[in-house]
Design a binder for this molecule. Structure first.
Ligand code: ATP
Length: 302
């Protein structure tokens, strides 16, 4: 196989709880992860290497609208990119002496709480597994993947899942009933590290009913899911950026069953039952000028 193309899907958190901070600094979480229909596209090509040639080369694909191409400062294509880290780990583990050229078409908002970097890393596991015929099992990919980031094992698997531990204990769940999603990212970047560092786990007044949401997913009950949408990281991010609450309110005022911040933010998603309603809500959120990137999409079952 000389060339492979893969889609790397974004995620949202239908529910996100933090149980405690471990002595090693990691946080123990309990989250419901859900793949959504926004994706990056990665192309992998084998390359012969010669003296001075990079073993791993990442190229960012330019978009037709130049303002839609991420800036080099927000998405460096060097060794700090999670794509590079994943490729380097795999090539070292499997003793690969060839080179690989990876082209990235970035569509997922960056530093948004949608696991953009982690899902790209996950696509590298699948892509290189096929490109170099490594025969890695899903479990092996997840075991290596957690060394790149806590969300990488989930992204390798995708779909709907309960995520526990630091994110590496995963239980697949049934997909929610079909619905429309409005996803809006305000023009701010939020550092996941900042949010977790400023979270006071012991002071949290409310914990999401994640067990109840698991039951609602198993029962296929959309209201049971939307009634329980809650994210403890909002206590940090919303305090810092009130625009998140404004977007949530706008989505709810325009017919959302519920709206929530995803991950550490600042992306907000609203769940809608009707196509007309979601289209109207899209226009309303756009007219408010609160978000730079807005998408209408749906849940993806993988
Ligand atoms: P999460 O939901 O897992 O917290 P996120 O959506 O908040 O992730 P990312 O989009 O993964 O955040 O970006 C976080 C940081 O990681 C950015 O500052 C970015 O420069 C860096 N980064 C490294 N590799 C990538 C990549 N392939 N795609 C996006 N960001 C990347």
């Amino acid at each position: 196989m000389e060339q492979i193309t893969r889609k790397a899907y974004a995620k949202i958190n239908l529910g996100l709880d933090v149980l405690r901070r471990r002595p090693d600094g990691y946080h123990e979480v309990k989250m419901i992860m859900q793949t959504v229909g926004i994706y990056d596209i990665l192309t992998f090509k084998r390359k012969e290497i010669w003296d001075g040639a990079p073993k791993i080369k990442i190229t960012l694909q330019q978009k037709d609208a130049p303002e839609m191409t991420p800036l080099r400062e927000e998405l460096p294509c060097d060794k700090s990119n999670l794509i590079y880290k994943a490729a380097a780990l795999i090539m070292k583990t499997y003793d690969i002496h060839e080179g690989v050229e990876i082209t990235l078409q970035k569509n997922i908002p960056i530093a948004a709480g949608m696991a953009g970097g982690s899902t790209d890393a996950a696509a590298v596991f699948h892509g290189l597994n096929e490109l170099f015929s490594l025969a890695m099992s899903l479990e092996e990919m997840k075991r290596l993947g957690v060394r790149i980031g806590a969300d990488v094992p989930y992204c390798i698997m995708g779909g709907t899942a309960l995520s526990e531990g630091i994110g590496e204990i995963l239980t697949p769940l049934p997909a929610p009933p079909a619905a429309y999603l409005l996803i809006a990212k305000p023009d701010i970047h939020v550092s996941t590290k900042f949010v977790y560092e400023n979270l006071h786990v012991d002071a949290l007044q409310i914990h999401p009913d994640i067990d109840g949401m698991v039951d609602a997913l198993k029962a296929g009950c959309l209201t049971g899911i939307t009634d329980r949408m809650s994210n403890v990281l909002e206590t940090v991010t919303v305090r810092e950026y009130p625009v998140i609450d404004q977007i949530k309110e706008e989505m709810k005022a325009n017919g959302a069953c519920n709206a929530l911040m995803s991950g550490s933010g600042p992306t907000v998603f609203g769940i809608y039952e009707g196509e007309e309603t979601v289209k109207k809500a899209y226009e309303a959120v756009k007219a408010q000028g609160l978000a730079r990137q807005i998408f209408v999409t749906d849940f993806v079952a993988l």
